[in-house]
Ligand binder design. Structure first.
Ligand code: GTP
Ligand code: MG
Length: 182
């Protein structure tokens, strides 16, 4: 029996200027548009091939904080969270962790997550080192990856997307109900 591609929803969280748009636009996007929640939320779509077959990744760059809960309510399964910070600005790590902790009650408990340390090329102005980033990721049960959109030797954002989609494909979203309080 043949089925259409499975759809995965990826929520990007992060402070202004951490590089979310740059990261997404570094991947081969097939479509970009705006969500129909009336909140001006941009989304991007990309078709990929995973181990288990073709899949569609729909990526959301969540900007305004008050939109988070509204959006999160639409993601009950087949979704993942990508937390992005800028290694030159420690506050961006603290803030994205804080945002995630507030959004978490609205998300499925089992949601896969990746902490992305972006701008890893800026070695001279780096203020969050690898052990600190890794520890922060472990504390929220997230994978940890360092990226850069200017340095080709750095981990590639495409790998981030494929990794999280593979993780989502193996999660049982029926195990553990969403804790949505409303
Ligand atoms: N050196 C370096 N600069 C980066 C990297 N990623 C993004 N930038 C720069 O950081 C700035 C912000 O990037 P954006 O992609 O607009 O960041 P954003 O998170 O989408 O920001 P907002 O949507 O405005 O909140 C731009 O000037 C980018 O060129 C990176 O890996 N290395
Ligand atoms: Mg942006």
């Amino acid at each position: 029996m043949s089925r259409g591609p499975r759809t995965f929803h990826l929520l990007f969280l992060g402070d202004k200027d951490v590089g979310i748009t740059s990261l997404i636009e570094h991947t081969p996007i097939d479509y970009a548009g705006e969500g129909d929640w009336g909140l001006g939320i941009e989304f991007y779509q990309q078709n990929v091939r995973l181990q288990e077959g073709p899949a569609r990744l729909v990526m959301f760059e969540l900007g305004r904080e008050d939109s988070f809960a509204t959006v999160a309510r639409n993601f009950k399964r087949d979704c993942g969270v990508i937390l992005v910070y800028d290694v030159t600005r420690p506050t961006t790590l603290a803030n994205v962790l804080d945002t995630f902790s507030r959004l978490k009650p609205h998300l499925p408990e089992v949601i896969p997550r990746i902490l992305v340390a972006n701008k890893a090329d800026l070695e001279d102005s780096r203020e969050v080192d690898t052990p600190a980033g890794f520890a922060a990721a472990s504390a929220i049960d997230a994978e940890y990856l360092e990226t850069s959109v200017v340095d080709k030797d750095r981990e590639n954002i495409q790998l981030v997307l494929t990794d999280i989609a593979e993780a989502i494909a193996h999660v049982d979203f029926d195990e553990g109900d969403s804790q949505d309080l409303e």
